[in-house]
Design a protein around this ligand. Structure first.
Ligand code: PML
Length: 236
């Protein structure tokens, strides 16, 4: 048996902290959980009003192991430059200018807990348009985390995001566009089958953040959402 551990914390009605992992031994649950609670309590916005810890047993044989997408950082001097880079990466995947504009507007408007799923006609496919879809049941190996952090390939946020991006692309999502909802974190990314492209200055400080998933028109949306939320993935 393995276990999925998830933490989310909020202050007022704002989500301020979240983390999750999959552990193979039940002996590790206590330590990880304590670390997550500490992380939530020490949040820069002050202690949360609400912390939710969820621990689910999962079958080891249900876990899918995949390689992380290759990570590349593209340094851009300003937001205009960064958005042009993001746009080109998305256009290469057959996403139209109009749809790219629409997706930038969604992330810039901010305020969504999850991500909308857009098909190539620009239609929103997720049933709950307020909430969007959240990718869950993911974990990165310690080796991947170390490789990213020790070699300065990315940050803690990269470690969390590479898990999401690698899982969604593995499940057939054409591309993901993301900027951080952290005020001061301005590096965002575009993920495609060709890699995880970190793009500096994809937003300016204090602007909203968000993520969008692009899928083919013939996607089986119920199946995709079920797997995005429930299928356990370990990214190595
Ligand atoms: C990066 O790799 O540096 C970009 C990470 C964006 C993470 C978005 C978030 O904050 O959740």
């Amino acid at each position: 048996m393995a276990f999925s551990i998830k933490m989310r914390a909020s202050k007022g009605d704002k989500h301020i902290s979240g983390a999750e992992t999959i552990v193979m031994e039940k002996e590790n649950i206590e330590n990880i959980t304590a670390g997550y609670i500490k992380r939530a309590l020490e949040h820069e916005l002050g202690a949360p009003d609400f912390i939710n810890i969820k621990i689910d047993k999962i079958n080891k044989k249900d876990i899918i192991y995949i390689d992380a997408l290759p990570i590349k950082t593209i340094n851009c001097k300003n937001k205009e430059d960064a958005r042009r880079v993001a746009k080109n990466l998305l256009k290469n995947e057959g996403i139209s200018d109009k749809l790219i504009e629409k997706s930038f507007k969604i992330i810039d408007d901010g305020g969504m807990r999850g991500a909308p799923i857009l098909n190539l006609n620009g239609e929103r496919l997720e049933p709950d348009k307020e909430r969007g879809v959240r990718v869950k049941n993911i974990s990165t190996t310690e080796e991947l985390k170390e490789k990213i952090l020790k070699n300065n390939i990315g940050t803690d946020r990269t470690v969390d995001a590479i898990a999401i991006a690698s899982k969604v692309i593995n499940l057939g999502v054409i591309a993901e566009l993301c900027t951080s909802d952290n005020n001061s974190y301005t590096t965002g990314y575009v993920a495609t089958k060709n890699g995880y492209f970190r793009i500096t200055n994809l937003k300016q400080e204090n602007e909203n953040g968000g993520r969008v998933f692009f899928v083919k028109n013939d996607t089986n949306i119920e199946d995709l959402i079920y797997k995005l939320e429930n299928k356990p993935y370990i990214i190595k």
